[in-house]
Design a protein around this ligand. Structure first.
Ligand code: FMN
Length: 199
């Protein structure tokens, strides 16, 4: 059994990033016994990093808000799915608040305090050319890698100025599902007597 935490930071409930994250979750579930926690940041009362430095002394973020639970889930998770739309060339404000709070997982010696072995999938959506989303995606991936998290997949999706929807793009949804499968424990598929009926 793996614990998987998914972060949706777009304010659009059924938007492109939320749809793609759904497919990653779909892949992560399958016939596994994975536990999924889904956090929709824009519905939560959250703050950014206060730069108080307390995490460097206490080993955890002392700001208590709805991100506290998210950070606890990140510490416990085996698999992490993060997502953001591109807003003005960067991640949206909700994602940035979350990302800045990950600073609490860096010790006073500058090393990650997160347990090793975590894997992540990064999802970034944009309206302009995919290279805009790719730049944001690479930056997010780099920051997660700095925390010792291995990136097992990334998806950049452009809605072409709002003319397309991820839910109509079978290729992107299938790619997302495949990435999600890397979070599976697959214990039943190791059983030679078990026959999967999944496509
Ligand atoms: C406030 C705002 C700023 C945006 N800025 C950009 C941008 O700088 N570059 C870009 O390619 N798309 C930009 N977009 C478009 C979104 O990134 C795009 O529509 C994305 O697919 C939305 O994803 P979502 O449905 O998951 O929210 C912006 C949209 C909004 C609402």
């Amino acid at each position: 059994m793996s614990k998987v935490v998914a972060i949706v930071s777009s304010p659009r409930h059924e938007g492109n990033s939320a749809t793609i994250v759904d497919s990653v979750i779909d892949g992560a579930m399958g016939l596994s016994t994975n536990i999924i926690s889904l956090h929709c940041l824009h519905t939560m009362l959250i703050h950014g990093c206060n730069a108080c430095g307390a995490c460097k002394v206490k080993g955890h973020c002392v700001t208590e808000d709805e991100l506290t639970r998210v950070l606890d889930d990140i510490r416990d998770a085996d698999g992490i799915i993060v997502s953001t739309p591109v807003y003005f060339g960067g991640p949206c404000a909700q994602y940035k608040m979350f990302e800045d709070r990950l600073y609490s997982f860096i010790s006073d010696k500058g090393v990650s305090t997160l347990p090793k072995g975590k894997k992540a999938v990064v999802v970034v959506t944009c309206g302009g050319p995919a290279k805009v989303g790719k730049a944001v995606c690479d930056r997010i991936a780099k920051n997660l890698e700095m925390l010792g998290i291995e990136i097992v997949g990334d998806i950049v999706y452009s809605d072409d100025g709002g003319t397309k929807r991820a839910e109509d793009d079978a290729d992107v949804l299938s790619k997302a599902k495949e990435f999600g499968k890397t979070f599976r424990t697959n214990y039943r598929e190791y059983d030679p007597h078990y026959q999967s009926h999944e496509s």
